[in-house]
Design a protein around this ligand. Structure first.
Ligand SMILES: *[C@@H]1O[C@H](CO)[C@@H](O)[C@H](O)[C@H]1NC(C)=O
Ligand SMILES: *[C@@H]1O[C@H](CO)[C@@H](O)[C@H](O)[C@H]1NC(C)=O
Ligand SMILES: *[C@@H]1O[C@H](CO)[C@@H](O)[C@H](O)[C@H]1NC(C)=O
Ligand SMILES: CC(=O)N[C@H]1CO[C@H](CO)[C@@H](O)[C@@H]1O
Ligand SMILES: [Zn+2]
Length: 332
């Protein structure tokens, strides 16, 4: 059934030639991820994000993927951050532009612009990336732009324009650092609301060990889906209490205050995993390459190798459908 639906989506992707104008999109319904490519053609590309991180096929390269160098992440800024509900997520604007990353095979210096979250209505989903088919309840993205392009907007559509750091969350202890953000949610319940908050040393929001990570090239996970992102997904997770996650789920709405009626929460603001096609997944440490048959952790919960398998076949079929088009182009 799900496979059939995927096939239909692919078919529509291949037949639609003209795209209508428009700039609204959602995570559900007729403007949901399966339809994004109609208004935003890049979303139908072959280097899209997120992906399922399949640890068995990883290429380990410890020399190239050296530890990232973080500059300014331990400082408190004298400029406030801007916390905002943009109708798709909770986003924090890093107004000072003083935090930078380099090294770790990035090939350039990238400046931190903003960070935001993707979360689920229940613990079994919410993250955009998955690990061997397993999703996490939330994922944080710290978005950086390439310093050589001067600002975020001129970097957005450059092949080496952006570097995004991704972190998975797990339910655990109360996280005092994230509480400094969550405690302001009352001020940004509705779309387009924003509030200034005191800056937080970014290092407090990140896990302690940052040397072990996965790397691949991909895209923005929201329209216009430009294929401009060097992705780094860390192995170490961030702990957050269930009650804190509940604040994300129940107090942040996708509608404007003025729209009235019933408020709709933003939960499940994640894009489904995309086909890997000819890309490779790299890792910074040998322990990140392992087979699902011998899982590292026990009691994972929610691991579904079935969904991994389904994705594999869907991508295979997608390629087979594309082949005639490519050969036709060559023939012409
Ligand atoms: C970004 O940089 C470009 C080129 O330097 C400039 O034209 C543009 O106005 C800048 N945009 C912002 C938002 O600062
Ligand atoms: C990966 O993360 C898990 C838990 O999040 C941890 O137990 C494991 O030691 C980490 N492995 C590496 C190589 O960092
Ligand atoms: C994968 O699926 C098989 C059969 O359905 C199951 O026995 C196995 O435990 C699954 N592996 C994981 C890691 O979920
Ligand atoms: C990296 C990237 O997505 N580049 C795109 C920028 O926009 C032009 C025009 O739409 C595309 O041709 C590029 O592929
Ligand atoms: Zn994101």
């Amino acid at each position: 059934m799900a496979l059939l639906r995927q096939l239909c989506i692919i078919a529509s992707q291949l037949t639609v030639v003209l795209s209508s104008a428009g700039n609204i999109w959602t995570y559900k319904g007729s403007l949901g991820p399966e339809h994004w490519h109609l208004d935003y053609p890049h979303c139908g590309g072959i280097r899209q994000s997120p992906i399922d991180l399949q640890t068995r096929d990883v290429i380990v390269d410890q020399t190239y993927l050296s530890p990232l160098y973080f500059s300014g992440y331990d400082r408190v800024s004298n400029l406030d951050y801007t916390l905002e509900n943009n109708g798709h997520t909770v986003q924090v604007g890093l107004n000072d532009k003083t935090m930078m990353i380099s090294g770790g095979g990035l090939g350039a210096t990238f400046v931190a612009e903003q960070f935001h979250f993707h979360w689920g209505a229940v613990d079994e989903r919410g993250s955009e990336h998955s690990l061997n088919g397993r999703h996490f309840p939330m994922e944080m993205h710290i978005v950086h732009y390439n310093k050589k392009y001067g600002n975020f907007s001129s970097s957005l559509n450059k092949t080496d324009g952006l570097a995004v750091l991704g972190f998975f969350f797990e339910i655990g202890r109360f996280n005092v650092h994230f509480e400094e953000i969550i405690e302001h949610f009352g001020d940004i319940q509705f779309k387009n609301q924003q509030v200034n908050i005191k800056s937080i040393p970014m290092i407090d929001l990140m896990p302690a060990r940052l040397t072990n990570y996965y790397r691949y090239v991909g895209s923005l996970t929201t329209p216009p889906c430009y294929e401009s992102v060097i992705w780094t997904i860390f192995n170490e997770t961030i702990e957050i209490a269930e009650e804190q996650l509940e604040e994300f789920r129940t107090t942040i709405f996708e509608n404007d205050r003025s729209e009235g009626g019933v408020s709709i929460d933003i939960s499940d603001d994640y894009r489904p995993v995309q086909c890997m096609f000819r890309r490779r997944l790299y890792a910074s440490h040998p322990s990140l390459k392992f087979d699902m048959a011998t899982p590292r952790e026990t009691g994972n919960g929610g691991v579904s190798n079935q969904s991994s398998r389904l994705l594999f076949f869907t991508c295979l079929i997608f390629l087979r459908l594309l082949l005639p088009i490519f050969s036709l182009k060559i023939a012409l």
